[in-house]
Design a protein around this ligand. Structure first.
Ligand SMILES: Cc1cc2nc3c(=O)[nH]c(=O)nc-3n(C[C@H](O)[C@H](O)[C@H](O)COP(=O)(O)OP(=O)(O)OC[C@H]3O[C@@H](n4cnc5c(N)ncnc54)[C@H](O)[C@@H]3O)c2cc1C
Length: 307
């Protein structure tokens, strides 16, 4: 009896280890060093789902156990899509995915634990392409419901941790540049700054396409009117004709170009599409900002699109 219980236990351990090794191999094959040691040991219950606009949801989670979970503002976690969902997806779209994990920034501050917010945009298929929509974001938008559990990794990323600890530069302005759901890590940063009463001058540039794509506009405007050191600058790249918009118009990199003269002395953190990040870095460097004062998290493309 004892022996068979032991062997069942060993079978389970072997199964878990094989799963883990499989994930390691996938990541090793794709050159994604970041994930080599990632395990998916954390679970949280979905306690609320809220539409922030036509294609972005806020997912509010409650950690099952917070003993070994802590994070710095601006960090992200890797979420694992349930195996059963991936199997159905493979049948529906004739794909051959195995383990699906995706990085998502934590959109709440550490003091809000055991609650944790994520802000997730639904990734549709590119116009004119007959390919499946985004797997993880379709799961979150169409299947995940209140009461479900999510499995995820410990936090990663250095978006804010390096420059924030540097006493010499801490008094320089901090410029946060977000494209769409790239706002998520900065919500964490801002909530943390306000809660700890830090008085660094902060500018938040949020770039979206049109008014309907804005995220948490009222909250951010309210923060700007109640926190002396915080400025919020939303900008639309393609405001719909006929809609009244009295704010800025243009891509964030163009707006930054207009707003700051060289030499720019600041820390700048970026989150959004690779094109937005690339173009903004170009503008910042033209303003004389040294590369080491520009911060963003890079996750190898292959990790975001694991088979
Ligand atoms: C550090 C970091 C933090 C992030 N934080 C957030 C966050 O807070 N919020 C957020 O919303 N996102 C965030 N992301 C992006 C997120 O990780 C995912 O990349 C995003 O949600 C899309 O994942 P998906 O599984 O839905 O799409 P995927 O399945 O990866 O698909 C991506 C796109 O490819 C298309 N596609 C599918 N199959 C094919 C094919 N055969 N050929 C061509 N195209 C195809 C899909 O239609 C879709 O448009 C972050 C990314 C990084 C790197």
């Amino acid at each position: 009896m004892l022996r068979s219980a032991g062997s069942v236990f060993m079978q389970k351990v072997t199964k878990i280890l094989l799963c883990y090794v499989k994930i390691l191999l996938l990541f090793a094959g794709s050159g994604a060093n970041l994930l080599h040691s990632t395990q998916f040991l954390h679970t949280a219950k979905v306690i609320a789902l809220e539409d922030l606009n036509h294609s972005v949801k806020r997912v509010r989670l409650r950690l099952q156990s917070e003993d070994n979970f802590s994070f710095a503002p601006g960090q992200f976690i890797f979420i694992k899509v349930p195996h059963g969902y991936v199997t159905k997806w493979n049948k529906r779209y004739s794909t051959n995915h195995s383990t699906i994990v995706r990085p998502y920034s934590i959109a709440s501050a550490p003091h809000q634990l055991p609650y944790l917010d994520l802000i997730i945009g639904h990734q549709r298929n590119p116009p004119g392409k007959t390919v499946p929509p985004g797997l993880a974001s379709t799961y979150i938008h169409t299947t995940l419901k209140v009461g479900d559990m999510l499995t995820f990794s410990s936090p990663h990323g250095n978006l804010m941790t390096i420059h924030d600890n540097d006493a010499e530069t801490r008094s320089d302005p901090l410029i946060l540049v977000a494209g769409g759901t790239g706002l998520a890590p900065f919500l964490s940063v801002l909530s943390h700054y306000f809660q700890t009463n830090q008085q660094r001058q902060i500018y938040l540039y949020l770039g979206v396409k049109s008014i309907r794509d804005l995220l948490l506009d009222e909250t951010l405007s309210r923060w700007a009117s109640t926190h002396e050191y915080f400025r919020y600058i939303p900008t639309l790249s393609k405001p719909a004709e006929g809609k009244s918009w009295r704010g800025r118009i243009g891509y964030v990199n163009t707006i930054l170009d207009q707003d700051f003269n060289p030499p720019l002395i600041a820390d700048v953190a970026l989150a959004g599409s690779p094109i937005m990040i690339r173009e903004t870095i170009r503008v910042l460097q033209e303003k004389g900002l040294p590369r080491h004062r520009i911060h963003y998290d890079e996750v190898p493309h292959s990790t975001a699109t694991l088979p």
